[in-house]
Structures are given as C-alpha cells and as structure tokens.
Design a protein. Structure first.
Ligand code: DX5
Ligand code: ZN
Length: 228
C-alpha cells in the first residue's frame, strides 16, 4: 500500500539561550510571531556549558504565549525528560547519544501528551533510528556541535537531513525535521531545501535589530526554498 506524508509546516523556533534574562518576559514578547520558543537546557556534562534549568524553564512557560520546545543537552534524559514534559513543554527533545532507551522514553513522553523529539549530534547518523522513526514527532539534526550559540552552520549535515526526509516520506510518516545551530538568512534556505521544516535560530533573531521582522524574513526564505 502506498502511503503519503503530509506536507510539514514551516516553523520558526527562536532559541532564548542568548536573550537578556534580566528581561525575560519582554524578550519573549519580541518573538510573539514565532511558532515555538526553543529552550536549551545544558548540564556541563553532556555539553561543556551550564545553561538554564528548571527555574528559567518554568518562567518561560509562565510568560510565553507560545508553546515551549525543550532541547535537553543533558546526561540521563531518561529521568529528566518527563520532568520537563510535566513542567509544561509542548515538545521535549533528548539526545540519542545520552539516552539509555530512546524508544521507551519517546513513548513515555507521548503518553504525557508531549511531542517527542530525538536529537543527533553532527557525528551521529540517522541510520540506527530509521526503523523506529514512527516513535518520534521530530528529529533534531544539529548543524553545530551542541553547547553554545553563535557557532557556524555545518554544511556537511545537509545529506543527513535529506536522507532523513526521504526515510520519513518512504514510511508515510508525519515527523518534523528540526535544525539547530547557525541558522540565519544565509543558511536557512539550504537547510529547507535539504528537507528541514523547523528552524531554531538564536543569535540571528536576538542579535537582529528587530526580532519580529527577522522571524518573518526567515519564515519567508524557508517557505520560498520549500517551493523549489
Ligand atoms: C546550541 C543550542 C542552540 C543555540 C543556537 O547548542 O542548541 O539552540 O542557542 O544558537 P545559534 O542560532 O546562535 O547558533
Ligand atoms: Zn538548541
């Protein structure tokens, strides 16, 4: 039987990693035209940086009108990911490299009504996960080594995005592909053409003169690329 995948929506998910945390509520207001707020959680073990955690996460849930997309760059997501789901994340993404039982964890998140995302560092392939893509709502293909904002986009990730999109389509699934790291006006079209539909942008949005306009620009560049 032939199955077809629905066309995935174009989504812009600004990362607040480099926003001004002294004014979190107004920093969130600046991105009210985005689709999700991307919150990066780092434990200084899985990545060499310590950033955010439950108190800031809870404030983001409280002050944002938008759904929250938690990106857990932490050891032992098997224990912690459900805690972020319970704290109000619409989507929780954990790293394949850190997770003991990705399939069990994805099922646990979905049971709580949260979207389940699987993240892959640049040197991690999609191949071991091809047969269980149906267990996830999103695959996050990192386009930098996770840990810091403001790094350069790694172009050699494009074939992995394309292979993942092809596998999703071949299986007739509705799975989003997110890219995170170095997404800007200069790179978003390449990622969209390769098959990504959910774009995390940290410095591109928060260093722009006007975050709202930047989000509109990024969205229209991605939409244009998808039409080609
Ligand atoms: C990096 C984080 C990103 C980061 C992106 O490890 O996962 O979400 O904030 O920042 P930019 O867009 O500046 O690369
Ligand atoms: Zn992130």
């Amino acid at each position: 039987m032939m199955t077809t995948s629905p066309t995935p929506p174009t989504l812009i998910s600004p990362s607040i990693l480099n926003c001004d945390f002294g004014h979190l509520a107004s920093e969130l207001d600046k991105i009210s035209n985005a689709d999700y707020v991307h919150v990066d959680i780092m434990d200084n073990h899985f990545v060499p940086n310590l950033a955010l955690g439950m108190p800031i996460f809870e404030s983001a849930v409280k002050y944002s009108q938008l759904p929250i997309d938690a990106h857990l760059m932490i050891e032992n997501p098997d224990t912690w990911a459900p805690v972020y789901a319970e704290a109000g994340a619409r989507s929780v993404t954990f790293h394949a490299e850190a997770c003991a039982a990705p399939l069990r964890l994805a099922r646990e998140l979905r049971k709580k009504g949260t979207r389940a995302g699987l993240a892959l560092k640049p040197a991690t392939g999609i191949e071991p996960y091809i047969d269980i893509l149906n267990e996830f709502d999103m695959i996050l293909i990192m386009t930098v080594e996770p840990g810091f904002g403001g790094q350069s986009f790694i172009d050699t990730m494009m074939p992995k995005i394309t292979r993942t999109r092809k596998a999703i389509e071949a299986a007739g699934l509705d799975v989003w592909i997110q890219v995170d790291g170095g997404i800007s006006r200069d790179t978003i079209e390449r990622a969209a053409e390769a098959g990504a539909n959910n774009f995390v942008a940290g410095s591109a949005v928060y260093k722009a003169e006007d975050a709202f306009t930047e989000i509109e620009t990024l969205r229209s560049l991605a939409n244009r690329a998808h039409k080609h």
